[in-house]
Design a protein around this ligand. Structure first.
Ligand code: ADP
Length: 227
């Protein structure tokens, strides 16, 4: 089991209950969608995974380790095991595609040879060969998201979290990005994708967790309750 949430609630200091008694389990190798209206608690749930927030109540285990009890000194190692992709890509504009990816490895202390090899590997994996030396401003939205995905994969995470990764992309490009995420999942990485894109979810026939007002209101193995 990769992820276990037991009766997790999150109440922010302003009194808002963002998550209310959430329990869920995610196996290694799963691909799942996280859906729900704005304010349902999706971002809060995602922040708990990499300990940007801590729950008010409940327990969370990732790869059998409690991340609630985890020491501050252990948090960087947790974060290295989680790759994140954003709706707005969050690339460094003054760095090329390769440099953006390399940077993610430099900050965790990888050596230059390892970085060179891995950057070439992930560039190839996301289909960006030939675009390594382009700056984000010279790339299309779809290509920028591919850089974002390559960067998220650079440190070989156990878990890839995609927060509305197709939110800024048109439908054809969104489908390509989905195919890439499925491909990454088939190679063994667990993927969690928060999205509003019902069409993509419907076509995928993957597990869907539906949140509303901080509660899990559906957890369907093939997305049927959403359709
Ligand atoms: P979603 O990602 O599904 O839109 P969020 O997790 O962002 O939902 O928000 C859930 C609820 O928690 C909302 O009512 C939101 O206003 C509130 N919330 C989110 N972050 C904070 C915060 N840092 N402080 C206080 N309230 C917050």
């Amino acid at each position: 089991m990769l992820v276990q949430f037991y009766n997790v609630s999150k109440i922010y200091s302003n009194g808002v209950k963002a998550l209310d008694d959430v329990s869920l389990k995610i196996e290694r190798g799963e691909f799942l969608f996280l859906m729900g209206p704005s304010g349902a608690g999706k971002s809060t749930l995602i922040k708990l995974f990499f300990r940007e927030e801590v729950p008010t109540r409940g327990q969370i285990f990732i790869a059998s380790r409690s991340i609630v009890r985890m020491k501050r000194s252990e948090v960087p190692r947790l974060r290295r095991n989680i790759g994140i992709i954003f709706q707005d890509f969050k690339l460094l504009e003054n760095k090329t595609a390769s440099e953006n990816i390399a940077f993610a490895m430099e900050v965790v202390g990888a050596n230059p040879k390892e970085i060179r090899q891995r950057v070439a590997e992930v560039i190839e994996m996301v289909g960006l060969k030939g675009r390594e030396n382009s700056f984000p401003g010279e790339l299309s939205g779809g290509e920028q998201q591919r850089v974002g995905i390559a960067r998220a994969l650079a440190n070989r995470p156990l878990l890839l979290i995609a927060d509305e990764p197709t939110g800024n992309l048109d439908i054809d490009i969104s489908r390509e990005i989905m195919e890439l995420l499925f491909d990454i999942n088939r190679k063994g990485t667990t993927v969690i994708m928060a999205t509003h894109a019902r069409e993509l979810v419907k076509a995928a026939r993957k597990r869907v967790i539906l949140l509303d007002k901080g509660r899990v209101i559906a957890d369907n193995p093939n997305g049927e309750s959403i359709i």
